[in-house]
Design a protein around this ligand. Structure first.
Ligand code: ATP
Ligand code: MG
Length: 475
């Protein structure tokens, strides 16, 4: 017995295929016309779910951009991580105020990864939705359409726990490192206008592009090393701080005459640590509670700076409290930041707000500060920024003129020890000519004029002004 199979003719086959295709197109177009977008999406998702769960040994995790109203940290970590391993289709962008181009996984693109012999597939998906309202813009249906963005991560079912317990924390850690490398340092200052509301920060920021580094700072070498070592130790001591029950922060007091490099040292520390700087202008902060809000909204791994602390807060509060019963308006509750508010911020309960923070106060008059402010735990490290010494001069000459040896430098070094000249003044003199000979000659004249004042710097400068005036007239 033999079976006979009748094959359809080629013409019949083509016509059947054509009619099937036409039916499919018809069904699709009816579905598109009759079913609303969300319903279509619903069917698609269910269909997809059936295939991926019932008939597959794979599991897919979805990482949404938002968790309710809050941003989902995992999404942003995945964005950085997947962007770093993506080799085919990438989205690149340069956000406003940033300097480094960001690379992220392209839309609906799939990328493979491997972790502890587990094969994983990342996919970045964007969808338009009328239900969810993030990134809203006027949509094709007249209402507001928003873009929903999420990642999917697919892998074998049996690795579910390992992926959640080990791989995702690994992605989070990796993304932190990537974020640090790509970070553009920011200087945050208080907004001039107070706008309140969820998600609105009281800070406005600009790129911190200060060129100061420890290598360019003219200061005592031992002091420099002590600061760098102290910062390194601080970064490593998260667990120790927790163990001894201390908030993970460190206070620095930088004191010394104007122009000795206090602000430059802050910039050098920020560049070294890769930490943003928050400039706390105390005279603009209206109350202790506003100070508290500012602290809450400042990021971790940052440097909080209060410049000229003696001029920006009334440090007589404690004395006044004991000597006078009538209170100055400055000290009335809720008005301006008080010394006790500041002390609370340094090591009271508020100090536990935020982690890994450096707090720096600067002053030209350390003697004016309340001893309570200066004790360890509040200001842990005191750094005296002083006048320029021969070693500092050598470094500045090398930075500004690019030379390390010159006969005139020896003379200048001999003079600088006996005059109270700041590194800022030395720098100013060295900028006056590109010719090292002329610049050093000018510096020596400046030092000689100021030496006559026997350490009275202001007298020396005023003399120099007279000399310059004469020079101008002679020209
Ligand atoms: N120690 C230093 N090393 C290198 N450059 C310095 C140093 N000190 C000052 N300068 C130069 O002088 C300029 C002014 O210094 P800076 O603003 O850091 O001084 P300051 O101590 O903060 O002064 P003030 O007390 O007035 O705020 C800097 O931009 C830098 O060019
Ligand atoms: Mg300064």
């Amino acid at each position: 017995m033999s079976a006979k199979i009748n094959f359809p003719s080629a013409r019949a086959a083509v016509s059947t295929a054509a009619s099937a295709a036409a039916t499919a197109i018809l069904v699709r177009s009816i579905a598109r016309d009759l079913l609303p977008c969300e319903l279509r999406h619903y069917f698609y998702t269910k269909f997809h779910y059936l295939f991926t769960t019932l008939f597959s040994n794979k599991i897919t995790l979805t990482i949404d951009e938002f968790d309710g109203l809050n941003k989902n940290q995992l999404f942003y970590a995945a964005e950085l991580y997947a962007g770093s391993i993506s080799t085919r289709c990438c989205r690149v962008s340069l956000p406003v105020k940033e300097k480094i181009i960001r690379v992220a996984l392209g839309g609906n693109e799939e990328i493979a990864d491997e972790f502890a012999e587990i094969d994983l597939k990342w996919r970045f998906v964007t969808e338009k939705s009328q239900r969810r309202r993030h990134n809203s813009y006027p949509g094709e249906y007249g209402g507001t359409t928003s873009e929903v963005r999420f990642f999917t991560l697919t892998f074998h079912k049996k690795h579910r726990n390992k992926v959640i317990d080990e791989y995702l924390p690994y992605v989070l850690n990796k993304s932190k490192t990537l974020k640090e490398c790509n970070k553009t340092l920011k200087l945050h200052t208080l907004r001039s206008e107070r706008i309140h509301g969820p998600g609105i920060t009281p800070w406005q920021s600009a790129n911190l592009d200060h060129p100061a580094k420890f290598e360019t700072l003219a200061m005592d070498d031992e002091m420099k090393k002590m600061i760098v070592d102290d910062l390194d130790r601080f970064l490593k001591r998260k667990e120790l701080y927790r163990k001894v029950g201390k908030a993970w922060k460190r206070g620095y007091l930088l004191f010394g005459p104007p122009g000795t490099g206090k602000s430059s040292l802050i910039a050098a520390m920020a560049n070294y640590l890769n930490f943003d700087v928050y400039d706390l202008e105390m005279t603009d902060i209206r109350s202790n509670s506003e100070l508290k809000k500012l602290l809450i909204s400042a990021a971790n791994r940052s440097i909080l700076v209060v410049e000229d602390i003696d001029a920006s807060i009334d440090l007589t509060e404690r004395k006044l409290k004991t000597t006078s019963s009538s209170m100055h308006p400055f000290h009335q509750p809720g008005h301006k930041v008080t010394l006790s508010g500041l002390l609370n911020f340094l090591d009271g309960l508020w100090s536990s707000i935020g982690d890994e923070r450096i707090i720096i106060f600067t002053t030209n008059h350390k003697e004016k500060l309340d001893p309570a402010l200066l004790r360890p735990g509040r200001m842990d490290v005191h750094v005296h920024m002083s006048y320029c010494n021969p070693c500092g001069l050598r470094l500045l000459v090398s930075n500004y003129l690019g030379i390390t040896e010159h006969p005139l430098m020896v003379k200048a070094q001999g003079l600088i020890g006996s005059s109270k000249i700041t590194p800022a003044e030395v720098g100013e003199q060295l900028l006056k000519s590109d010719d090292p000979e002329l610049a050093l000659q000018g510096l020596i004249e400046f030092l000689e004029v100021n030496k006559e004042g026997e350490g009275n710097c202001e007298q020396g400068i005023s003399k120099l002004k007279i000399v310059s005036k004469k020079d101008e007239l002679a020209n």
